[in-house]
Design a protein around this ligand. Structure first.
Ligand code: DGY
Length: 329
């Protein structure tokens, strides 16, 4: 075996731009898993055993068991901004650095948060179903099914996690509707405060004061089910909950209950728990709920940039020893 050759296992059929860079790089041998489905855990271990580097994504479980079996890996490069599928601390303890693709999908994801907010406030997905079901009848002054939507102008937005995507969502809401911005975040965001007049508040106040609460945090043990029964109870009965971050940030049973009992008014989700959501899930038939199949980053521009960044993390690592975008432990 030629030890100068670096063998890269690519776990999905990612956009060509980045993969071509890896393939063109002298000294790299790229193996591509190009089936429609993700690799099963045993397939991932088996595949990674004969490779030096891994280019993976959120459907790949890079946990302690995987890392123990593949402790020889030199780098793991994640095609995503979120990396809750990877036990980064354990990888670090084994000396395996982890790269990721921050900021590649900021605008694309904020667009989905913003779109879901409007779609939910105006019951767009449900109204679309009404047409398909042949129920588009006469003009109804009191709304279809006796329900009218909500105006967003001048309302209060509550951002949970004021990072890049949270800020981008806040800019859209402030610019389009003059929404006041409250936020909860581990650290303060000077740009949001200066340019949008955003006010950092305690979580309880965020829930109680906001008309729209939008989650933009990473999934960690601290944020798992942070939107639970108690949290939904504190929201306004007219409140809208948006989650484009990770499904387990909300407790889905508690969310359903809060919507059914009228504790909150509506929800827009690009992420669910589990994914995919069952096609007969009760949330899918509620008028004030809009669900998308985790498409936050799904623009051509964002996905291509993600593949280039994920590839460059590997290329630069072997060229310079540095990873341009490395997850800090
Ligand atoms: C991410 O990047 O974390 C998205 O959820 C998937 O593209």
């Amino acid at each position: 075996m030629n030890t100068d050759i670096k063998r890269i296992l690519v776990t999905r059929d990612f956009p060509d731009k980045g993969i071509e860079r890896l393939k063109e790089r002298a000294g790299f041998k790229v193996t591509l898993w190009d089936l429609e489905r993700p690799m099963a855990p045993e397939e991932l271990v088996e595949g990674a055993k004969s490779h030096d580097a891994l280019l993976c994504t959120l459907s790949d479980r890079i946990d302690k068991a995987f890392l123990d079996a593949c402790a020889h890996l030199e780098i793991i490069s994640q095609y995503a901004v979120g990396y809750d599928n990877i036990d980064v601390a354990y990888a670090d303890s084994l000396g395996i650095p982890v790269g990721y693709t921050p900021d590649a999908m900021t605008e694309a994801t904020a667009d989905i948060s913003f779109g879901l907010m409007i779609a939910t406030a105006r019951q767009m997905f449900f109204m679309h179903k009404i047409i398909i079901d042949g129920q588009w009848g006469h003009f109804r002054p009191k709304g279809n099914m006796g329900v009218l939507g909500q105006a967003l102008k001048g309302r209060t937005l509550g951002i949970y996690g004021m990072g890049r995507i949270g800020l981008c969502m806040a800019q859209r809401c402030h610019g389009a509707y003059g929404m006041s911005v409250l936020y909860w975040s581990r650290s303060s965001n000077a740009e949001a405060e200066k340019t949008l007049g955003a006010v950092r508040v305690e979580f309880d106040e965020l829930l109680a004061q906001s008309d729209v609460v939008s989650a933009h945090c990473a999934l960690t043990p601290d944020t798992r089910h942070v939107f639970n029964r108690a949290a939904f109870k504190r929201m306004k009965p007219t409140g809208i909950f948006i989650n484009t971050a990770r499904g387990p940030i909300h407790d889905e049973a508690a969310l359903l209950e809060a919507l059914e009992t009228g504790e909150i008014w509506g929800a827009g989700l690009d992420v669910t728990d589990p994914e995919p959501m069952a096609k007969d899930h009760p949330l899918l038939s509620m008028p004030n709920v809009c669900v998308l199949p985790h498409i936050g980053s799904a623009t051509k521009e964002a996905r291509e940039l993600m593949s280039v960044m994920a590839a460059e993390n590997i290329i630069q690592f072997y060229d310079t020893g540095e990873i341009p975008h490395q997850v800090s432990v």
